[in-house]
Design a protein around this ligand. Structure first.
Ligand code: SF4
Length: 185
């Protein structure tokens, strides 16, 4: 199968599972920035040091960027949720949950692909467990399934959206989340 056909099939796979848009791009078009780690350290989200796949426990950013760059391609996909208004916190949480379900479904489908290597990255910290074991001082309960975020790997997600011909923000009263599957053929 031609490489473009493989990409089209993967993109259709993601949109068929509920992604608003999906596109495969070469990893050399992914912009990374080590300064994102400083933003994480400010702990605006409250997850810094509270999740095994968030900084600082996820690992040194230089090593993670090097790992990301060891892959050939990334399947970028986005989920767009609808909100009642810009203060609709419940709607944002519901969209985050649906995005997590989409990420799990894309992951399960990509596990069947004959990639040489693969890495799944999501939006925000890992949400597989209701309370991350890091918070209770225990080892990760699902180390083979735990997901780190694109940002934890230093990815500039707004630039990633542009590189994949997607909108970072999809209009008033919506919320958009991004995930990615890094792979080599
Ligand atoms: S799988 Fe559970 S314990 Fe492991 S990083 Fe994710 S939320 Fe935390």
């Amino acid at each position: 199968m031609a490489i473009d056909d493989v990409f089209a099939r993967l993109e259709a796979l993601a949109t068929g599972l509920g992604a608003y848009r999906a596109k495969v791009i070469p990893v050399d078009r992914v912009e990374t920035d080590v300064s994102f780690r400083e933003l994480c350290a400010k702990n605006v989200c409250g997850n810094y040091g509270k999740c095994w796949t968030c900084p600082p426990d996820v690992g040194e950013i230089d090593a993670l960027i090097a790992k990301l760059r060891s892959f050939e391609y990334i399947l970028v996909y986005q989920y767009v949720g609808t909100l009642e208004d810009s203060f609709d916190f419940e709607g944002m949480m519901d969209a985050a949950l649906k995005h997590n379900e989409l990420t799990a479904a894309v992951r399960a489908a990509c596990e069947k692909e004959a990639f040489r290597d693969r890495l799944y990255l999501c939006a925000g910290g890992c949400r597989i467990c209701p309370v991350c074991a890091k918070k209770t001082g225990e080892p990760c309960r699902h180390p083979g399934e735990a997901l780190a975020s694109l940002e934890a790997y230093g990815v500039n997600v707004s630039r990633l959206a542009a590189a994949a011909d997607m909108k970072y923000i999809n209009g008033q009263n919506t919320v958009t989340y991004f995930s990615g599957v890094l792979f080599s053929i």
